[in-house]
Design a protein around this ligand. Structure first.
Ligand code: ADP
Ligand code: TRP
Length: 324
């Protein structure tokens, strides 16, 4: 079974991205028959129009993956644009994609509903994503719920191509990541870049503490017993998963007589324990650009081997002469 997923390099990763996606990707890296993870820089080009920012973010996500435990000996890690076959397959798929299918896709629909003009790149974005998936004969695509619609599009388009030209592509399935506990941001609503309420995974220690101390809390008196499951601070603490600590904190909430400052201190300590060593590993990888480049070259070479095979199958089946 092949697992594949991609992350757009649109900014610094936050706790929501880690717990909601990246940590789970890394847990799936030992899937027999290989996991493929890539940085979707071609997709990011629909929103980032600054060369230096796009380049820096792209390598940044690679460092994030490596620092957080992605093992290039287990999973294939690469940059989307370094597999040019994806863009070639994208065209073949576009020729069998009904306009209506793309008109219903949410990124484009929302932009239009807000009165903004969309580029053709944004409109066709789901088909580039379909090519990303189909070109490796991927079976399973772990994603956040917001991306499920795009996996359905990939499945529809692959099935349509198969119907028109004969059995060519594997039909992929989406697998919704467990983000049942949506990670709350510093204002209590879902953590998201768009709400400006994020805590970044690789925040410097001092800055990290400062941010945690600024998390909004209610103004009920200290003595009052409180329900931990309604408290974003408790939810954040839980993410770091020290079972005994969680049980003890639960009791403290139920009894009352504690200050939120104390809980913030616990969250900060727990975060430092997990992300402190990752921060050091990231700095280490950042100081070895040659090795990182080698990992990406090997990842792209491995991915391309499969991509070439699937692209050729598609070209032959629909009557397109492949380059000699
Ligand atoms: P943002 O909302 O900050 O723009 P993205 O949409 O780029 O984040 O997130 C990429 C992935 O990270 C999502 O598909 C989702 O799986 C995960 N994710 C983002 N924010 C959260 C959150 N607050 N809680 C859980 N998962 C999240
Ligand atoms: N569109 C995805 C996102 O914004 C990123 C992505 C691009 C992707 N290609 C993919 C995810 C292929 C899974 C499979 O999160």
């Amino acid at each position: 079974m092949r697992v594949l997923s991609g992350i757009q390099p649109t900014g610094k990763i936050h706790w929501g991205n880690y717990f909601g996606a990246i940590r789970q990707f890394i847990n799936l890296q030992s899937t027999p028959d290989q996991a493929y993870y890539f940085v979707a820089n071609l997709h990011a080009l629909t929103t980032i129009r600054d060369k230096a920012v796009l380049e820096e973010n792209t390598l940044g996500v690679v460092l994030d993956f490596l620092a957080l435990g992605l093992d290039p000996n287990k999973a294939t890690l690469f940059v989307q644009s370094e597999v040019p076959e994806v863009s070639q397959l994208c065209w073949l798929l576009l020729t069998v994609t009904p306009m209506g299918l793309l008109e219903r896709c949410h990124a484009y629909k929302e932009k239009k509903a807000n009165g903004l003009t969309a580029d053709a790149g944004l409109f066709n974005y789901p088909i580039l994503m379909a090519a990303d998936i189909i070109i490796y004969d991927s079976d399973l695509v772990p994603v956040g719920e917001d991306q499920l619609q795009h996996i359905e599009v990939a499945r529809d388009v692959a099935a349509r191509f198969n119907h028109l030209f004969g059995e060519t592509f594997v039909l992929p399935k989406g697998y919704v990541l467990d983000n049942s506990a949506k990670v709350p941001g510093t204002d209590g609503q879902k953590m998201s870049k768009s709400y400006n309420n994020t805590i970044q995974v690789f925040e410097e220690q001092k800055q990290l503490r400062k941010k945690i101390m600024r998390i909004q809390t209610d103004s009920r008196p200290m003595e009052e017993p409180k329900n931990p499951d309604e408290c974003p601070l408790f939810q954040l603490y839980q993410l770091f998963g020290d079972e005994q600590g969680i049980a003890e904190l639960r009791e403290i909430y139920a009894k009352g007589g504690f200050g939120y400052g104390m809980v913030k201190g616990l969250v900060a300590d727990a975060a430092e324990k997990v992300f402190g060593p990752a921060r050091e590993r990231r700095a280490e990888w950042a100081s070895k650009p040659k090795e990182v480049r080698e990992i990406l070259d090997a990842g792209a070479a491995n991915a391309r081997k499969k991509a070439k095979e699937v692209l050729l199958r598609a070209q032959e089946n629909c009557g397109i002469f492949p380059p000699k």
